[in-house]
Design a binder for this molecule. Structure first.
Ligand SMILES: Nc1ncnc2c1ncn2[C@@H]1O[C@H](COP(=O)(O)OP(=O)(O)O)[C@@H](O)[C@H]1O
Ligand SMILES: [Mg+2]
Length: 222
């Protein structure tokens, strides 16, 4: 994945499954040696690659954002003071983006760890019958890696931007099986809706790859 990102591709990982399946553990892990999840491991490897590279003509910039989607509301985990729900908008060239989401520049693995910790503290967690600390929200950790190259001989400048999206989805269990009512039931309905839509988007993308040239409509937000 990291190799693809360094080549300039956008990459994404979703953790999907029932509450208690180990999604958050897989993505974030614990703050102990040997217990780190995919996100800290990937960040660690990314900075190791950046620092190890001997290409002095390349300048790397790493920016991080971390948001949470709870009941269709988007919250900035790196700026929890911003209480209002952020708007998802569509850029004609760059595609969908979240307006006003903070994007912080980081220069080391230590920087990222600190932001991750802050963001994790800000996450909404609510108990269901299935798991005390079960998370009823989706969390999206995004890393934007920019590589600027300056060719001495030709004096040409090039830029490669890749986005790494690491998503810890909310539990996929059915609302009835958790015995949820009221707010919990509403959460469940929103989660089911967004997971169903995500499923449709992925099937449509797979369909596009399969049929390639044929026009397949891609569903976006419900
Ligand atoms: N591979 C694993 N090794 C050790 N503990 C794990 C593992 N996977 C999950 N756990 C533990 O199981 C519990 C539930 O995992 P969690 O990641 O919170 O589930 P989810 O996010 O899917 O609801 C947590 O206490 C977590 O630490
Ligand atoms: Mg979780």
């Amino acid at each position: 994945m990291l190799s693809h990102a360094f080549e300039g591709y956008n990459v994404c990982i979703f953790a999907y499954g029932q509450t208690g399946a180990g999604k958050s553990y897989t993505m974030m892990g614990r703050q102990e040696p040997g217990e780190e999840g995919i996100i800290p491991q990937l960040c660690h490897d990314m900075f190791r690659r950046i620092n190890d590279t001997d290409a002095s003509d390349t300048v790397y910039t790493v920016e991080v954002s971390y948001m949470e989607i709870y009941c269709e509301r988007v919250r900035d985990l790196l700026n929890p003071q911003n209480e209002k729900s952020l708007r998802v908008r569509e850029h004609p060239i760059l595609g969908p983006y979240v307006e006003d989401l903070s994007k912080l520049v980081v220069t080391s693995y230590r920087d990222i760890l600190q932001l991750m910790e802050e963001g994790n503290k800000a996450r909404t967690v609510a108990a269901t019958n299935m798991n005390e600390t079960s998370s009823r929200s989706h969390a999206v950790f995004t890393i934007v890696l920019t590589q600027r190259k300056h060719d001495e001989h030709t004096d040409l400048k090039g830029e490669k931007v890749s986005k790494i999206s690491l998503v810890d989805l909310a539990g996929s269990e059915r609302a009835e099986s958790t015995g949820a009512q009221g707010q919990r039931l509403k959460e469940g309905a929103n989660i089911n809706k967004s997971l169903t839509t995500l499923g449709k988007v992925i099937s449509a993308l797979a369909e596009v790859t399969k049929e390639n040239a044929k026009d397949v409509r891609r569903p976006t937000r419900p």
